[in-house]
Design a protein around this ligand. Structure first.
Ligand code: LLP
Length: 392
């Protein structure tokens, strides 16, 4: 079963307004972001599930403010993300903090702000957190991040729930972690946390996750441990090939799979940390064609955007739909590349585009998640600006 919905909503680009703006830049369709938030929230509400937006996907201050206004909590993976979430108005008691390598100052920040929960990934981290909390005469509320050993069938760089991944506590080590926890006076165990990977487009791995968590909870019940919070992480994918046909992911089927496969105990709270599915489709990278270069075997469209603005194709072999917003000429075959001095600075090979010329605007679609936030200044380039459809 595919996790994509059938609601069609074409992003319309205000190309006349784009002419005044220096490229490359990010363009966010605010209406689509709001509709996506409403869809996610209403489907989650029907089961009483709690949503914490994964700030790592996009921490643009306005994006964060819109998501906070829709009632979401925040899932942070660094002190900087906690600061960004607080600055955008997220309530501290709706912030969860994950990550395999939390620095002392980051743990202290979480303690000082009284965040809802630390998702803890190892025994040494628990010990450090206990010491830091004791020094402040505070108690850190933690969920143990368990590596559930479920294969997400996604790209190797974004698979997190397998035994060999660095993330989480391995199932066979849980007993020793619980023994250590018994001795830590400034740590309160309030839940379990899982995340199996990102850009999942099938339901089956989530179903396998539910089965794994049920077994685990039954084992814990034998130790008389009944945990109040279960956090299933993020991972719901988006349709990169056809963003106009599937602008909003199928949150209904996604939450239903958890509802159908994971019975909630009395008093138990269920949490999710969606990132990509919330912001992925509302963003595009807008770039201008610098040159069209005819090589002896290829034609290259050379853009003013490169992997400094959008690194996903170079890093994960990701494909983003590329549209020429100005040309309606017959199609030709091109490689679309950036200006960076590296061969990996290539957005697509051998794709069909209407005949393209210098100065035309190109949209790289589905670039709302892990795009602006992953921009770099390599080659001393400037970070891209961001514009919103309702403010242009
Ligand atoms: N929770 C945890 C613990 C995570 O590690 C992640 C993503 C999420 C939630 C949000 O997952 P999402 O709903 O966005 O799939 N840069 C890569 C993706 C890295 C994902 C890292 N973790 C990309 O561009 O595809």
């Amino acid at each position: 079963m595919q996790l994509i919905s059938a609601i069609s909503m074409k992003t319309i680009f205000p190309t006349a307004k784009f002419q005044q703006l220096r490229t490359p830049f990010y363009y966010y369709d605010t209406d689509l972001l709001n509709k996506t938030l409403q869809a996610a929230q209403s489907e989650a509400d029907s089961y009483g599930y709690h949503l914490h937006y994964a700030v790592k996907a996009n921490a643009n201050p306005r994006v964060l403010a819109i998501i906070r206004a829709a009632g979401f909590g925040a899932d942070c993976v660094s002190g900087g993300e906690i600061q960004a979430a607080l600055a955008a108005g997220f309530a501290a008691d709706k912030i969860v903090f994950a990550g395999v390598g939390k620095a002392d100052w980051e743990i202290n920040l979480g303690l000082d702000k009284d965040i809802f929960c630390f998702n803890v990934e190892s025994i040494p981290e628990l010990q450090v957190m206990d010491n830091l909390a004791a020094a402040k005469a505070k108690t850190a509320c933690v969920a143990l991040r368990i590596n559930p050993e479920v294969d997400a069938h996604t790209h190797a760089h974004i698979t997190t729930g397998k035994k060999e991944n660095k993330f989480g506590i391995n199932l066979d080590q849980l007993d020793s972690v619980l023994d250590v926890l018994d001795r830590l006076k400034n740590i309160k165990l309030i839940g379990l946390h899982f995340h199996i990977g990102s850009q999942l487009t099938e339901l089956e791995p989530f179903q396998a996750l539910c089965e794994r968590v049920k077994t685990l909870l039954a084992d814990l019940a034998k130790r008389n441990l009944h945990l109040e919070n279960i956090n299933f992480g993020g991972g719901l994918g988006i349709d990169y090939d056809n963003p106009n046909a599937h602008p909003i992911p199928d949150f209904g089927s996604y939450f239903k799979i958890f509802h159908d496969n994971f019975p909630v105990a009395a008093g138990q709270q269920i949490h999710f940390e969606p990132g990509r599915s919330i912001v992925g489709q509302c963003g595009s990278l807008i770039s201008k064609v610098l040159y069209v270069k005819e090589g002896s075997v290829k034609k290259f469209v050379i853009l003013d955007a490169g992997f400094t603005e959008l690194i996903r194709p170079a890093l994960y072999q990701a494909s983003h739909l590329i549209e020429n917003l100005d040309s309606h000429e017959p199609e030709e075959t091109y490689d679309v590349v950036g200006p960076i001095c590296e061969s990996s600075d290539c957005f697509a090979k051998d794709i069909q585009l209407p005949q393209t010329q210098r100065g035309e605007l190109i949209a790289l679609r589905s670039a709302g998640a892990y795009s602006e936030i992953m921009a770099s200044q390599y080659n001393c380039r400037q970070l891209p600006m961001a514009y919103f459809s309702d403010l242009l």
